[in-house]
Design a protein around this ligand. Structure first.
Ligand SMILES: Cc1cc2nc3c(=O)[nH]c(=O)nc-3n(C[C@H](O)[C@H](O)[C@H](O)COP(=O)(O)OP(=O)(O)OC[C@H]3O[C@@H](n4cnc5c(N)ncnc54)[C@H](O)[C@@H]3O)c2cc1C
Length: 478
């Protein structure tokens, strides 16, 4: 636990994150904050030290209470025996000027990368995305995809994600790639999901790109991650949260919130500590937050219980051979392959893997409806990697570790929208500002999670200022 930094908050101007918080907000915030309650009292408290919580702390200077011994959450990386693995594939694909400025201010060095990604289907590796790169596939399959695309059903308002695929990409692409992949990845059938999250997350080609991709094998590069950035650091993607922490307020590690009393505005931690706040910014998963609230109404509890997520078990392997592959990642829609995606960390940065070695990170999705055989998962992944020709039977596996991501992708089913609204309205009315991917229960990339943290920080500062102004006016009128 970082006790040295618990009690004191920075009193200077916050770091310039592109949009200046008005000086008056900070002045008021620091004024309130200098008079510490003996039982620990803060103006703003932040729960969770992932990138959203860190960004919120950069604008407010407020303390972060983090359950883990390290910051970074899902964007952190794990190391062992000279290998560094991200928690599932992580690349920075933002064009958001404010986030780029925030990262620039932290001094984190980012390299530009040009995506090398593939899809394994029908025993063939085709460049990603499949929709514009079918040239290497069997002729009948290619014809089915192109025919389906050209004759796709124009539906003005698709009712679910499956219908959205049929309407936008046609039955061929949907049935051969997108639906099997979705079922594996989300662990639910796309018929059970809305399509509100798709936006730029599912690449949508033009007719010319589809035809060109089916006729000759030329990599057509579409999608937001065709070019991306990745830290130039032996800490992998985790270098981003590690850089943010230097610009953030104090971080209290090893503080797992286990009780939240919104009436008394007090958070209790499982190490016996407690803190009072005026505003709480919470980036911890919504279902967990509601679960620890002592006074959540039953309607809020019922709404939180409806929120569904998939989970991902990441199997990380160090391989005693160099140049295993020059790809960044590959997708696997096939049902009989355990993982939905693999990535090769040594191709994101050549300093995350010991010299002369390679690394593979395989992501296996699961949920209560689709459990996995944990005991045998590493052996199963290795067997599958051999079967899909990524590993050779004789390749020495010099290191292995798994990382379980309990909350991975929030499932956009038909309950999500109204359930999130019910929980959020109650939280906001109770002085809690939710933020981050799991605090807002959204399909946020890390840049969007950071943005939500910045905005939550500003919101908390403003509402405290407004509250102070009301109180000052009341005193003046007495
Ligand atoms: C497999 C996978 C791949 C991804 N790939 C990409 C990508 O390529 N590019 C990209 O930009 N984004 C990617 N993302 C998304 C990105 O990781 C997230 O948007 C971002 O890291 C979320 O940050 P956050 O701070 O909102 O949440 P989190 O990282 O979950 O942070 C929440 C923090 O709260 C802490 N916490 C939880 N409970 C408590 C408690 N009770 N008390 C105190 N602390 C608590 C946790 O330990 C954690 O540190 C990916 C996500 C996943 C799962």
């Amino acid at each position: 636990m970082d006790t040295s930094s618990i009690q004191s908050l920075p009193t200077g101007t916050p770091f310039d994150t592109g949009k200046q918080i008005s000086a008056i907000h900070m002045e008021r915030y620091n004024k309130v904050n200098t008079s510490h309650h003996p039982a620990r009292s803060e103006s703003i408290v932040i729960l969770g030290g992932g990138v959203a919580g860190l960004a919120a702390s950069v604008v407010t200077g407020a303390p972060i209470y983090e359950a883990d011994s390290r910051v970074g959450g899902v964007a952190a990386s794990d190391s062992g025996s000279g290998f560094t693995f991200d928690r599932g594939i992580h690349v920075l694909q933002t064009k958001n000027a404010r986030v780029l400025k925030l990262l620039d201010d932290t001094g984190v060095r980012l390299n530009d990368c040009s995506r090398q990604a593939y899809i394994y289907s029908h025993d063939t590796y085709s460049p990603y995305p499949f929709q514009v790169n079918t040239a290497g596939l069997p002729l009948a399959l290619r014809a089915r995809c192109v025919w389906g695309y050209l004759n796709r059903e124009k539906v003005a308002k698709p009712r679910n994600y499956e219908e959205w695929m049929y309407a936008n990409l046609g039955r061929g692409f949907a049935d051969t790639f997108l639906i099997p992949y979705s079922e594996k990845f989300w662990t639910v059938h796309p018929r059970e999901m809305t399509h509100e999250w798709t936006g730029n997350r599912v690449p949508q080609p033009t007719t010319l790109q589809v035809l060109r991709g089916a006729l000759w094998s030329k990599q057509t590069r579409i999608g937001t991650n065709a070019d991306f950035r990745y830290p130039d650091s032996e800490h992998g993607y985790g270098a981003i949260p590690e850089a943010l922490v230097h610009k953030a307020g104090p971080v209290c590690r090893g503080h797992r919130a286990n009780r939240l009393d919104v009436r008394a505005r007090t958070v209790h931690f499982d190490n016996g500590m407690a803190v009072q706040y005026q505003r709480l910014i919470s980036t911890i998963p919504l279902p967990d937050l509601v679960n620890i609230c002592t006074d959540a109404p039953s309607a809020v509890r019922a709404a939180a219980a409806k929120l569904r997520t998939n989970s991902i078990l990441v199997v990380n392997l160090g391989i005693g051979r160099s140049g295993l592959s020059d790809w960044h990642w590959a997708h696997f829609p096939e049902k009989d392959v355990s993982f939905f995606r693999i990535s090769f960390p040594h191709n994101f940065s050549n300093i995350v893997t010991p010299r002369g070695m390679s690394a593979i990170s395989a992501e296996v999705a699961y949920s209560p409806e689709r459990p996995i055989d944990r005991e045998n998962i590493v052996a199963r992944v290795v067997d599958d990697l051999i079967r899909v020709r990524v590993l050779k039977r004789e390749d020495p596996i010099v290191f292995s570790m798994t990382r379980d991501i309990r909350y991975a992708y929030c499932i956009y089913d038909f309950e999500r929208r109204s359930a999130v609204r019910t929980v959020r309205e109650w939280l906001i009315g109770s002085g809690v500002v939710p933020a981050g991917r799991y605090g807002l229960w959204s399909y946020f990339w890390s840049d969007e999670a950071m943005m939500s943290g910045l905005q939550a920080g500003e919101k908390a500062l403003k509402s405290i200022t407004a509250n102070d102004a009301v109180q000052e006016a009341e005193v003046a009128n007495r």
